[in-house]
Write a protein that binds this ligand. Structure first.
Ligand code: 2IP
Ligand code: CA
Length: 372
């Protein structure tokens, strides 16, 4: 059944479908009204804003599960993300999101959840069921090895990373050193495939649904991908080797990173950039616009890192466990081996992270952090 299926192509189309859903929620008036409820409005409105964002996330996750499950049934149950299909909205009602066999069926289910917003439900369902063959617009997509054991693969998805940027949709501004700090550019769709027995990420996709502005309110995606298997290392990432990078060491950080951590980088002659979105910051390292993304806190999750990590591994870099790497003075990669559900926090990268494209730059950094 899965003989002629290329998982990389399937996931590229899934990422594009996710990007379409993310874009339509901002371009369709009815959906945008639900997404951006007046922040100062009634309490019920504020509750709905949160709920609609959850609904969009769950819907994208379910759409990807549906698409992958249709083509590769053995992976259906191994597709994981932040949300569950059953969630309780802020009014205490149980909500179930399901992708039906037809757009009409999906719309009917969504309409019930969206409290009679018929047009909004139909617009979403149309995107869920739209035929997407984005892969045919891309070049140099490799065949995956025939030996790939799909039953040993799991997927982590972040349907919309940098939610706050997505909801506020602030205008994009470019800050030093030419890296976008806030806005829709920081929004990413993150898909990562890992081997369940080894916990190692092997296929990654990072798509920016608002990566290319075509005209006012019209965007197309920028897609980066990577494959890192013993017999195949391949990627397609737009890399920035412009003048402004020559001989400059650049670190990218969360705006909430601790001052003492930033000071270590200043001591090592790094320039500091700040931006929103865990996926976006990792992407800046992938694209060689920054050398390192270090986060000392445990504020990211497996769905934030699995995809970017697979791409960085394909490029010769990795995403590391911050605490363990400093302690052992060695690069210790983040690992995705399935953990027991009894550990409530098992999905969190609780030790922080270090994302690099070139492992060789780590020596002085690990040293510096060990001294202090
Ligand atoms: C968030 C989002 C935030 C990031 C946080 C992620 O994911 O990417 O921007 O914080 O770590 O978990 P920061 O921007 O400070 O790096 P989501 O938006 O999906 O909750
Ligand atoms: Ca996220």
């Amino acid at each position: 059944m899965t003989e002629n299926i290329n998982l990389l192509r399937v996931l590229m189309n899934c990422a594009e479908k996710a990007a379409n859903i993310a874009r339509v929620c901002r371009s369709n008036e009815d959906l945008l009204a639900l997404l951006v409820q007046e922040k100062t409005g009634a309490e019920a409105n504020q509750r709905f804003e949160h709920d609609f964002k959850t609904l969009a996330d769950v819907l994208i996750q379910e759409t990807i599960r549906h698409e992958v499950g249709k083509l590769i049934p053995e992976m259906r149950e191994a597709i994981l993300g932040e949300e569950s299909t059953h969630f309780t909205n802020k009014l205490g009602q149980e909500i179930v999101i399901a992708v039906g066999d037809t757009a009409v069926e999906t719309a009917a289910g969504l309409e019930a959840v969206l409290d009679g917003h018929t047009k909004a439900a139909e617009a979403l369902a149309a995107e869920v069921h739209r035929n997407v063959d984005y892969d045919s617009t891309l070049e140099n997509i490799p065949d995956l090895p025939e030996t790939l054991d799909y039953s040993n693969l799991g997927i982590w998805i972040d349907p919309i990373d940098a939610t706050a940027e997505y909801i506020s949709g602030d205008s994009i501004f470019t800050d030093f050193p030419g890296i976008t700090s806030t806005g829709l550019d920081c929004v990413t769709v993150l898909i990562g495939v890992y081997e369940r027995d080894s916990g190692v990420p092997i296929i990654g996709i990072v798509s920016q649904p608002f990566g290319q502005k075509l005209k006012e309110n019209v965007y197309s995606s920028s897609l980066n991908w990577g494959v890192c298997l013993p017999t195949l290392k391949s990627h397609n990432c737009k890399s920035d080797s412009s003048e402004r990078r020559a001989n400059r060491k650049i670190g990218i950080f969360s705006t909430s990173e601790k001052a003492e951590i930033l000071q270590h980088f200043l001591d090592l002659n790094y320039e500091l950039a700040f931006s929103a979105g865990a996926g976006h910051k990792a992407l800046k390292v992938i694209c060689n616009e920054a050398d390192i993304y270090l986060l000392s806190k445990g504020s990211t999750f497996r769905w934030d890192t699995c995809g970017p990590q697979a791409i960085l591994r394909a490029l010769g870099g990795d995403v590391l466990d911050y605490v363990a790497s400093i302690k052992q003075q060695l690069p210790v990669p983040i690992n995705y081996i399935d953990k027991s559900e009894s550990d409530a926090d098992w999905k969190r990268n609780s030790n922080g992270l270090i994302a690099v494209r070139d492992l060789a730059i780590l020596n002085e950094i690990l040293n510096k952090f060990a001294e202090n």
